[in-house]
Design a protein around this ligand. Structure first.
Ligand code: GDP
Ligand code: MG
Length: 270
């Protein structure tokens, strides 16, 4: 038997729960990280392709400023040049979500333990100079050679994007756009002039990294499907290319010709 007042108390209880649920829904909707919203979304993030990216270039060319612009959309005037940082950034490219793990290197004279590991396992390299600093441009060939060496000539396992930063300093320009393009062409790399200060072309650089890596992964999977017992190291290198690299003339190496796209994807559609 229902007592007097029982009905109204259960009504107010219901109201309370309803209010509680509304608050939960609002919190859930405003959750900044999509992946924490539901177990399904969390699984999707776990399955998301991670791409290891390394910034390479002389000190002061703007590697950190560029990475920070990508991460936060702001330009940081001064950043400790000795700091080597590892960042993670979720990016959507061509409708697919990727997790970029970016090692922002510092001090190129000697490899840190982390740099050594990342040079050999990295899939995307952002090779950077500053357009107002010829020395930084001249140093790029040596740095690129270093990437080749660390990768043990496995040219089909990584992509290099050549970047001329500080494009806003046009009046101080020491390196022409054509020189940058020629440097990039030597390794079959995409080329961008960017400005971390103005934010121009920064996102485009990292999108190019993702596209390059995605293409390489597809080609590799295609090769493995077709010829599973083939040696992976020099699989898609032409003999003449290997010869050039071995004799230290590696800078004119072309990326291997890429095959047709297959439908296999290495990323998660969110
Ligand atoms: P890193 O040593 O390569 O990481 O270089 P930083 O990111 O620390 O930048 C070195 C200096 O260049 C800093 O004083 C930055 O403010 C400046 N800088 C970086 N990017 C740009 C840019 O696009 N334009 C201009 N004008 N200055 C920049
Ligand atoms: Mg730095």
């Amino acid at each position: 038997m229902r007592r007097r007042g029982e009905g109204s108390s259960s009504n107010s209880n219901q109201c309370f729960h309803l209010l509680f649920d509304i608050v939960k829904i609002i919190k859930y909707r405003n959750s900044p990280q999509e992946e924490t919203r539901s177990p399904h979304a969390a699984e999707a993030v776990a399955a998301m392709a991670e791409i290891r990216v390394v910034t390479v270039g002389q000190g002061g060319v703007g590697k950190s400023a560029t990475v920070i612009y990508l991460l936060r959309g702001i330009f940081i005037e001064t950043y400790d040049p000795t700091i080597e940082d590892l960042h993670r950034k979720q990016m959507r490219v061509d409708g697919f979500a990727y997790m970029l793990a970016i090692l922002d290197t510092a001090g190129q004279e000697e490899f840190s333990a982390m740099q050594g590991e990342w040079f050999s396992t990295g899939e995307g390299f952002v090779l950077m100079y500053a357009i107002n600093d010829r020395k930084s441009f001249d140093g790029c060939k040596k740095l690129r050679q270093r990437i080749y060496q660390a990768k043990d000539l496995k040219m089909d396992e990584f992509t290099i994007i050549v970047v001329g930063n500080k494009a806003d300093l046009e009046e101080e320009r020491e390196v022409s756009k054509e020189e940058g393009q020629a440097l990039a062409a030597e390794s079959g790399s995409p080329f961008f002039e960017v400005s971390a200060k103005e934010g121009s072309n920064v996102v485009e650089v990292f999108e190019a990294v993702v596209r390059g890596v995605e293409k390489i992964r597809k080609n590799k999977a295609e090769e493995e499907e077709l010829t599973p017992k083939r040696s992976p190291s020099f699989g898609s290198l032409r003999k003449s290319t290997i010869g050039k690299l071995a004799s230290g003339r590696g800078d004119d190496v072309q990326q291997p010709a890429n095959g047709k796209d297959k439908t296999k994807k290495f990323c998660t559609l969110l």
